[in-house]
Write a protein that binds this ligand. Structure first.
Ligand code: RIB
Ligand code: CA
Length: 312
């Protein structure tokens, strides 16, 4: 893996593809507040909730962070070939756990995310933009299928998804982002893109305690205060001692500080059948090898999350 990582002197030029979503919102607020990311746009996808809600939430998150001029562009309204899932019991009806967010300050672009992304990648120098993927891979698969030359200009794709040795979270062996659109994931994993996949094997290790939330709130920035409330909303239906896993923030944390994660090179295939295992990952030595984050330094990652959310 080439030398990556970020700091304020060399921010990561990126597009965030997302289905906000509580953990998506924390990840996006971290990217915006830290100053380590130059967010060129936010593309939305149906996943945790429908595209109207995920697109509105992207605008609400930008408004909370007082960021204007970052385009929000809506993408796929449904998976390539399936119905998708409803996750209101986890993310709430508004997708943000009922936490108070302002309304979007700017409307989304009147464009489709896939063509907007293809144009951006074609216009900008090859290898100058990272794609940070926090939801089902539908938009990414459509980009590979409809604009393969543009897709090849991506510097690095970092995506949260899947479960390798870890049990699933939407089925015995299946993780939500990949199970929501297995066909899309299979297209992306076999496209030969410079992909780093962060499965449940790593993300399940990153959880926040109520003390972590109190420390975040005390940082005082709107992004840190909102993230503390979002993570507390994420305590529902857990042991109560710690939050649900902070899945999507792992994408930005790996982009900023890859040494916090333990990577393996694996060829993977996706089950695209009709059983409860649709979306399950299997090791496939013949498939194009990708970097897979199998471990994380959880305390170091939480410290970096707080550092980024608390930056003035
Ligand atoms: O399995 C976790 C993933 O599913 C996260 O991206 C979460 O936001 C949900 O989309
Ligand atoms: Ca997500």
């Amino acid at each position: 893996m080439p030398d990556f990582g970020a700091d304020a002197t060399r921010p990561i030029r990126c597009v965030i593809d997302t289905d906000p979503g509580i953990d998506d919102a924390v990840a996006i607020l971290f990217a915006l507040q830290s100053g380590w990311f130059d967010v060129l746009g936010i593309s939305t996808v149906a996943g945790n909730l429908g595209i109207p809600v995920t697109t509105r939430n992207a605008g609400r998150i930008l408004a909370l962070a007082s960021r204007t001029g970052i385009p929000v562009v809506a993408g796929a309204e449904r998976p390539l070939a399936r119905k998708g899932f409803d996750t209101k019991d986890i993310h709430g009806g508004d997708g943000l756990g009922g936490v108070a967010f302002p309304e979007p300050a700017e409307p989304p672009l009147a464009a489709n995310a896939v063509s907007w992304l293809a144009d951006l990648l074609t216009r900008e120098p090859a290898g100058s933009i990272d794609l940070l993927a926090l939801g089902p891979m539908t938009n990414l698969a459509l980009l590979v299928r409809e604009a393969p030359q543009a897709a090849r200009r991506i510097r690095r794709l970092i995506a949260m998804g899947g479960a390798v040795d870890e049990p699933g979270n939407i089925g015995p062996r299946t993780e939500f982002n990949i199970a929501a659109d297995p066909e899309a994931a299979q297209i992306v994993l076999s496209a030969g893109l410079p992909l780093t996949l962060i499965p449940l094997d790593a993300t399940r290790r990153l959880r926040a305690t109520r003390d972590d939330c109190a420390a975040l709130a005390a940082l005082g920035t709107p992004a840190a205060r909102a993230s503390a409330l979002l993570i507390e909303a994420y305590f529902n239906a857990t042991t109560g001692r710690e939050s649900r896993p902070l899945h999507d923030p792992c994408v930005m944390l790996l982009a900023a500080r890859p040494e916090l994660f333990g990577l393996q090179r694996l060829g993977l295939s996706v089950d695209t059948g009709q059983s409860e295992d649709a979306g399950a990952l299997d090791r496939a030595p013949g498939a194009p090898a990708v970097d897979v984050a199998m471990t994380v330094d959880a305390r170091g990652a939480l410290a970096l999350l707080a550092e980024g959310l608390g930056r003035a």
